[in-house]
Design a protein around this ligand. Sequence first.
Ligand code: C5P
Ligand code: C5P
Length: 467
Amino acid sequence: MEMGLERDARRAADRIAEAESVTIISHIDADGISTESILAQALARAGISVTSVFVRQLEPMAMRHVPKDDSLKLFTDLGAGQQILLSDHGLDADDVLIIDHHVSQPCGTAYPQVNCLDFGITRMSAAGIAYLVAKAIDPANADLAKLAVVGNVGDMMARENCGLVGPARDIVQDGVAYGNIVVQKPDLNCYGTSTRPVHVCLGYCDDPYIDGISNSTTGALRFLEKLGVTLKNPQGGWLVWEELPFDDRRTIISALAQQLIAHGRETDRLLAETYIFPDEPGRTVLRNASEYATLLNACGRWAKPKVGSSICCGDRGDAYRDAEYMLAHHRSVIRDLLQYILDTGVTELSHLQYIHTGDRFPDTIVGIGAGMALSKLNWRKPIMVLAVMVDEPEVIKVSMRTNEWAIARGVDLQGALVEASAAVGGAGGGHRIAAGAFIPHDAEEEFIDGVNRILKRQFAPADTGDS
Ligand code: C5P
Ligand code: C5P
């Protein structure tokens, strides 16, 4: 029996097949870029003419990039929460197809949409849905499962369960069957297993927090040296995790588990399922899903989403060189941003912690900083980062992040930001766990208070349950 999401994907495929030409309007992050590249390739293979436009967010100013022509407008990884803007732009239901995983904010026009949330599927990104549409267009598109995995991992859909689950996991299986995905299970739950020396990889890992190793590459190196495993190749260069022999990896993992236990910590997040791409060269960020996703984020969030898209479509020449350059830049600014948040400190309200980064960092990356800072701050309070939009100084960009602990207690950041931003004449959207908004700069204080009040209300049933 075909499940509901696949049925909707098939309907979308039929609608696309009828179109003379298609404009894809997609989001600039790793998920938005992989989504666009899946659909652009599937459509090109089907002989449908396609043009792509990337926007950092669907807001009134961005709508001018949506052409007023006869093409079918495919809104991907955005649109569900901004249907009112589509209608204000004069788009009819027949002109539009939304492929999204954000919470819907419906309007007077019933736009056709494929959205995993309609079926209670929360651990699935837009690229996963796009892949289902591509597969409904032609089952031969199974090679694109790899890009769907990049999008899913990039949107942190594998985070909570240390691997993809449900329909997103089924997509992995398509890639395994096709031959361009290898699942490593169990593998080390650390970032950088294809490119970083093992001690650097471990030193940067703080989920789980490993005493003596997390935040200390020298501590990590000392730990590894005591285990007697070979850490360098015959030429004297550091090996990366992926290159270590199986037995050495097992030795390290069991020593790490003992280290966690010795410090009274849980071991359940030490291992994860990871996704390796055997068709990509070793020791490059293209080699596994999470590093590939960072490369795409580096392109998109620094205004070169098309470079990321070219990479997804197989360009390993100029685009790849550009992207590597942007990745280095992206990493260093993210590091500065995280340090800035930790050094400056946040202001704590009863149910919220926030910081204003002014015009120091671009609005496209503050959400990433918020997510990284949360685990190092008071993780019980949702975090908000406010930033000035460089090209629109009257507008403040707001990014919020929380975690599964708070979600289980009733927190819903999408709900909170939609309500609080509407009250000050702004607009917001996203997910329970991660959401964003734009607000007028003179409404900041009122808005922050409003969000704190809404969070207090959301936490209330669980707070009372505790006492
Ligand atoms: O920008 P940031 O990374 O904080 O966005 C978090 C989530 O909120 C994303 O899913 C984004 O699409 C969504 N968002 C939104 N409306 C905004 C800003 C962000 O729906 N105005
Ligand atoms: O625009 P969009 O949907 O892509 O943004 C999703 C955001 O939610 C990402 O920045 C991602 O890091 C964040 N997220 C998270 N924890 C999760 C799932 C998503 O912080 N468990």
